[in-house]
Ligand binder design. Sequence first.
Ligand code: GAL
Ligand code: CA
Length: 330
Amino acid sequence: MRKVFMTALVLVLAVACCAHADEVKIGACIYRFNDAFMLRFRNAMSAESEKLGAVITIADGQDNQTTQDEQVDAFIADGVNVLIVNTVDRMASQSIIDKAKAANIPVVFINREPTPEMLATYDKAYYVGAKAEESGTETGELVASYFKAHPEADKNKDGKLQFILLKGQNGHQDMILRSKYSVEAVKNAGIEPVELASAIANWDKLEAMKIMNGFIMSIGPENIEAVIANNDEMALGAIEALKAQDYNTGNPEAYIPVVGVDANASALEAMDKGEMLGTVLNDADNQGISAVRLAAALAEGKDTGTIGYEITDGKYIWIPYQKVTRGEKQ
Ligand code: GAL
Ligand code: CA
């Protein structure tokens, strides 16, 4: 741990010494580099920083809040002008806000939402993200409209939708709200949802594949009418498990609609091949660009009204989701 910390510190100092005095220095913390969606997010932030002439240093929290806390300390010690933080545990946001406030630097949280009460404790604390309930509703709608258009999808002919739910990380707003609103949307479409099984797979493809394997064995693929996953990686893991049973390989007799969220390239590919029903675009580009523009404006004390993104309730930038099926946006 200590060695990792020192390495991070040396890295931060190395970047800092090359920055000109008038350049904005952004310290960014990502909960884990090994995450397909956060990779898109990082790329967008780096590109926008370069455009603005800001210097961004991005640290990998390696899914460990203690590691991330040390990275925050190192950034502050190094004198960054602003922090962008994707917490490992969003409940740790308060202590990060306290540190930023003590150092009098703004902090922009991304992707993992602090509570409104936490954000209210510091006038320079913001959140950039997307409304989780929107993506939940949209995945549920994708499944519901498929189910209605394809009578054969109701395999046991009971008029209800027997589904499996693959959930992201415990406590994450996207896990809680996507799960809730996807099922709600099925109901609102007039279809009774019946949950066959659900499990946490931590946004991870391999974990989801193993879990889905177990579900296939215990439930039988012929009894599963849909798989709703909180993100694309887990949807793709489920599809791997299905393909191993000769499902979702092109035979219409052996197909289970699977939906995810993010619209990562690998999911769009799976959709093009007919393996995956649909996804929802989680707009990493606009989230990354707006986070960097907001951070830079705050660091320079500029008017945040000029960044090209609307700020709601003085605290939030909300980037909309968009349904995607077979490579087309709906
Ligand atoms: C979600 C995204 C997931 C994962 C997670 C990390 O918004 O859909 O794929 O990246 O954020 O917090
Ligand atoms: Ca049914």
